[in-house]
Every structure is written in C-alpha cells, then in structure tokens.
Design a protein around this ligand. Structure first.
Ligand SMILES: [Zn+2]
Ligand SMILES: [Zn+2]
Length: 252
C-alpha cells in the first residue's frame, strides 16, 4: 500500500504540534524539491530533469526560493535551457496570433476579444515544476490522512487534541472529506473538526490580543504567555506557510 510511505512523515507533522500539520508537510516537500533541483546531487546537469524544468518552468514564488537557495551555476543551467524553450514558444505564440476586428457589440460593452498571446502567458504563469510535483505528493498525504483517521484510533485522538489546521488546509480537508468519507463518518468528523477550528481560531485571537496589550507600558513586565510569536502563527493560521522562516539554503 503506497500510503504506508506517507504514514511516518504525516505522523511526524502531527506530532510537531504546529498550527497546521499540512503546512509542516508542505514545507518539507518544498525543501526536498529545492535540494533535488539545486542541491549537491546536481540534477540540474541531467538532460531529462532539465527537459521537465524547461517545459514546466517555475512560479514567481519558487523562482525566489531558487534564488535564495543560492546555487548560481545551477540556476544558470536551469535558466539557460529554459530560455531556449521559452523563446521558441514565444515565437510560436506571436506567429500564431491573428489580428481580429472587434465586433460592434463588444465595442459598445468596451470589451475586447480574447488575445491568444495573453492566454499563452497565463498558462505559463500557472505552470511550475515544484508546485506541480508538490501538488501530486500533497494529494497522497491527503489520502493518507483520511486512511489514518478512519483506521487508527491513536491518530484520531491526536487530531482531536491538536491545534487544528490553517484556514487554507482546513478548506482542503473539508473538500476531501466529501469524497473520502461516508455520510455518517463525515458527520462525526465534522462534529470534531468544526469546534476544533473555532476554538483554535479563538486561541489565536487571544494570543494576538495579548501581544498588542503587551505594548502597553503597564504590561511591560508581565509575562509574554504564548504571544511572542503570535504574528507569524497568526499569519500562518489564516493563509498557511511559515512567515518567519529564514530562506532555505543547502545544508553545510
Ligand atoms: Zn496549513
Ligand atoms: Zn511554484
């Protein structure tokens, strides 16, 4: 069963006790991919790997991560052949563009025709070698989550006692529960999950409130309680990710 592969890292993510286990999983996946793309195994020198990065490219977010990782020659190789491919595709998109007259009706609505070059650029923006790969593995973690939740009592209890999820991954969990659970199972799951999310959003609110109050001179000597890192956790809880992370670089 391929899910077995993901059981241990998913349990590690839950045991970490962060604001969201799927953020934890995502961060590990991303770091593994950065190591794979630019790390010491030098996969950027392999033709079949670069054939994929040439084709799929990277999103803005992951270009920044690749830049911060700091392998100049590796990034150079990746960009060199990616540019060759992109220039060819740009030539094709431009040569295939056919100017059309705007229909009178559209003129009234001040609406232009669709532009095939803009559509091509948009499809490029949505394509990223790292995002595509991570999405695939992330889906398998989602499968594993529901398999464990249904079959492993210890795991079920850990989730019930956890801090819940960030709002983004909570949405994914709700969505996946529709296809991956029976009606009764889902009813029980949501009866646990919704109060868990509400109480943890409330806890987050209290941490943020106390952080603000700590700046009042009357509270200067009082304990920070759990509020010292409330900004990064508060941001994570709403959108996912780890805002306070330093750029990820190869292990020395
Ligand atoms: Zn998350
Ligand atoms: Zn990406």
């Amino acid at each position: 069963m391929k899910e077995k592969l993901y059981t241990i890292p998913l349990n590690d993510a839950v045991n970490a006790g962060d604001e969201c286990p799927f953020c934890f999983v995502e961060r590990n996946l991303e770091q593994d991919m950065l190591d794979f793309v630019l790390g010491s195994c030098a996969s950027y020198m392999e033709a079949d790997m670069r054939e994929n990065t040439d084709k799929e490219g990277f999103c803005r977010y992951h270009f920044k991560k690749l830049f911060e990782y700091g392998n100049t020659l590796g990034n150079g190789w990746i960009l060199k052949t990616h540019y060759m491919k992109m220039r060819k595709d740009l030539d094709k998109a431009i040569s295939e563009y056919k100017p059309e007259k705007t229909p009178a009706f559209n003129k009234i609505l001040k609406k232009g025709n669709a532009n095939s070059i803009a559509d091509w650029v948009k499809s490029r923006e949505e394509s990223c070698y790292i995002c595509n790969h991570n999405k695939e593995i992330y889906d398998r973690y989602m499968d594993t989550f529901f398999i464990l939740y249904k079959n492993d009592e210890v795991f079920r209890k850990k989730i019930a006692d956890s801090k819940g999820f960030c709002l983004t991954h909570f949405g994914d969990v709700c969505d996946n529960a529709m296809a991956k659970m029976g009606d009764k199972e889902r009813e029980d799951f949501f009866a646990m999950l919704f109060p868990l999310m509400k109480s943890n959003m409330e806890r987050m609110q209290e941490d943020i409130n106390w952080l603000v109050e700590k700046f009042d001179y009357e509270n200067a000597d009082k304990d920070w309680k759990n509020s010292k890192d409330a900004i990064q956790r508060g941001m994570q809880k709403l959108k996912g990710g780890y805002p306070a992370d330093k750029p990820y670089k190869p292990a020395k």
